[in-house]
Design a protein around this ligand. Structure first.
Ligand code: ADP
Ligand code: ZN
Length: 622
């Protein structure tokens, strides 16, 4: 075994044998805390309430599982997603924690068994659904059990200002009054400051330790590529990532079915997922994906809630998402394990009218305007020449220096920023000269010098800008109009026949007082590469192990799968991709070497160490 794996944030304390770091290593096999984890653990251990916003994959569960292990009594975890509870409990159990769940999926005898263990105070962790919490008598039972801590997952569900209010969550507002000194820790991945205040208020948290982590997901890289024959593009993309798990998002059920069929036809192990499928089929497809039996899931946005698979290596958007919230949430399902994962959006301006059509059906004026503005923000993201990561964070009110981007196509130079002021001026001049009374189709006709009856009738063929852009086709000019809209130079009016108007910013560009640039894909796009790595980035990306033995990795992955199948577990619960990658790099062949791998704690070493060492030895001698 070569040198020890270095992980992020390994603090001096670790070497001083700090109690928390020891448990972190022994129980979870981690060599350092991630950002914010240690502060939260310390707050809970000192008896304080906690409110934490941390992105998906930020490592929220460790923040309560570690105290649950160290503290006397049972940690009660309230989580709304019944479908996730089994995986969460399995994951805690394989690390040696005494964990169970109580929800409607248990039969009566299992419920009795769990209740008995709970009453006997044998559990470190008890996961319950909020409706169980609200059920009459449950609090009285809980009061007979020594409780170490309450942890509330998806805490935004208690707020009516949030995007996922659940009335059952309101019953959680009694915890503080009923359980006196027991600390309460609330976690969520999304909360505006308004929602945050509301949650703290409703749960009656007492001077909580508050964490608002960055939304940044440093291990995700972002790319926007022009959309052509998107199924072909996906196949090309997949060809370089054989066997890696990923999600392809499409807008409609029909396109989901088509793409899934096309992928299967080309030998990809893919399945569809959308609300139109039979319940059973949908569940089975999700489960197969979760268990690595299927590598690619092609889905509508209905897919995602209730997925905590940690080794999703890519998320493809084959159609334009409606807004940035959705895009962030969907891409956020990639790389929960902290390993590199790639997010590609295939962008075509042709997707815009379809979304606009649906937006125009919204009755409420304010809602329609808001949806329309959100779509513009999304188009902006895809077309503007600003670091994708910076835009994404900026959308959520957070900042990032461009030099701190850990990977996007703009920063890595696979797209070029080109000056398009002249083209912008041609378009905007045509808009002005036609009295700001026409839509994009007509303006593109004027600019390209189309010989239509409408143009002749309106005498637009006599305008100075008529045919000024005849060297390019209409779709090129429609693209410029979209760029202008996205960058706020031109606005499109609402209504059945939207027309284009210039904004103040547009006039600045028109009169040459302001630059106008657009993004253009390089002819032969290179794989995204990082230009420079600052110290901060290095810390953020962690040590990414790239020079590992692929063949061994595949063998270990197969072993993980078969062990998981035997035990009815999801494979990522046994070991994460990162853990397997480290094994394939450091090739540990003794228990103590194995124990040094990230994610191998005492219990997992005992359970699985032997099998994996044998596989590694076999590979090395073969
Ligand atoms: P969240 O609930 O915030 O989305 P999880 O709690 O599921 O995130 O953690 C995401 C992944 O990160 C899991 O695979 C978990 O094992 C891993 N993880 C958490 N904390 C650490 C750590 N300190 N070091 C290494 N891996 C970690
Ligand atoms: Zn960037």
């Amino acid at each position: 075994m070569t040198d020890l794996p270095q992980t992020e944030n390994t603090e001096d304390r670790a070497s001083q044998g700090d109690e928390f770091s020891k448990a972190l290593s022994n129980v979870f096999g981690f060599h350092g805390f991630r950002d914010n984890q240690e502060e939260i653990v310390r707050a809970i251990m000192s008896g304080r309430d906690v409110f934490a916003v941390m992105p998906t994959g930020g490592g929220k569960s460790l923040c309560y599982q570690l105290p649950a292990h160290l503290l006397e009594g049972t940690c009660v975890v309230i989580s709304p997603l019944i479908s996730l509870m089994k995986d969460q409990v399995d994951a805690a159990k394989v690390n040696g924690l005494a964990a169970e769940f109580l929800n409607s999926s248990l039969d009566a005898s299992e419920r009795t068994r769990v209740s008995r263990e709970m009453s006997a105070g044998k559990l470190d962790l008890l996961y319950v659904a909020p409706e169980r919490f609200a059920a009459p008598g449950f609090l009285d039972v809980l009061k007979t059990v020594p409780i170490s801590l309450f942890a509330i997952d998806e805490a935004h569900c208690i707020s009516e200002w949030g995007h996922d209010f659940r009335p059952d969550y309101l019953s959680l507002s009694h915890i503080v009054a009923e359980f006196g000194d027991t600390p309460l820790a609330a976690f969520t991945a999304t909360a505006t400051s308004r929602v945050q205040d509301d949650i703290i208020d409703r749960l009656a948290l007492r001077d909580p330790h508050v964490t608002r982590a960055s939304f940044n997901r440093p291990n995700l890289s972002y790319q926007v590529a022009p959309k052509g024959d998107v199924d072909d593009q996906i196949l090309t993309f997949l060809a370089e990532r054989s066997g890696e798990a990923g999600i392809v998002y499409r807008t409609t059920r029909k396109s989901v079915e088509q793409t899934a069929a096309e992928l299967v036809h080309n030998g990809v192990n893919a399945r569809p997922y959308h609300a139109g499928l039979e319940d059973e089929t949908r569940k089975a497809n999700q489960e197969a994906f979760n268990r690595d039996d299927v590598t690619v899931i092609v889905a509508t946005v209905a897919f995602g809630m209730g997925i905590d698979k940690s080794n999703v290596r890519f998320v493809i958007h084959a159609d334009l998402p409606k807004n940035m919230e959705g895009y962030y949430q969907e891409t956020g399902r990639a790389g929960r394990d902290g390993e590199p994962a790639h997010c590609v959006l295939y962008y075509s301006r042709g997707d815009i009218p379809k979304i606009r059509f649906f937006i125009n059906q919204i009755e409420d004026d304010a809602q329609r305007a808001s949806a329309s503005a959100k779509l513009n923000d999304m188009v902006n993201f895809a077309t503007v020449n600003v670091c994708r990561r910076r835009q994404l964070l900026g959308y959520f009110g957070q900042s990032l220096d461009e030099s701190d981007c850990t990977g996007c196509d703009v920063c890595s130079g696979t797209v070029d920023r080109v000056d398009a002021a002249k083209e912008a001026q041609i378009v905007m001049s045509a808009i002005l000269r036609t009295g700001q009374r026409f839509g994009a189709v007509h303006i593109a006709d004027v600019v390209t010098g189309a010989n239509t009856q409408r143009i002749r009738e309106l005498k637009h063929d006599q305008l100075k800008t008529y045919g000024a852009g005849s060297d390019r086709d209409k779709s090129y000019w429609r693209g410029i109009i979209d760029d202008l809209t996205a960058q706020g130079c031109v606005v499109r009016t609402d209504g059945e026949y939207p027309v284009l108007h210039l904004t103040a910013a547009g006039r600045e560009v028109l009169f040459g007082r302001r630059e106008f640039q657009v993004l253009r894909q390089r002819e032969a796009p290179a794989a995204p590469r990082r230009k420079r790595t600052s110290r901060k980035q290095a810390k953020q990306i962690k040590q990414q192990i790239t020079d590992f033995d692929r063949g061994l990795f595949e063998k270990l992955r197969a072993l993980r799968r078969s062990l998981a199948q035997e035990r009815n577990l999801a494979p990522f619960i046994i070991f994460s991709d990162r853990t397997l990658r480290e094994m394939a790099h450091f090739t540990p062949t003794t228990p103590s070497e194995m124990r040094n791998i990230t994610g191998v704690g005492d219990q997992k070493l005992l359970q699985y160490g032997g099998d994996f060492i044998a596989a590694i030895e076999d590979h090395l001698s073969g």
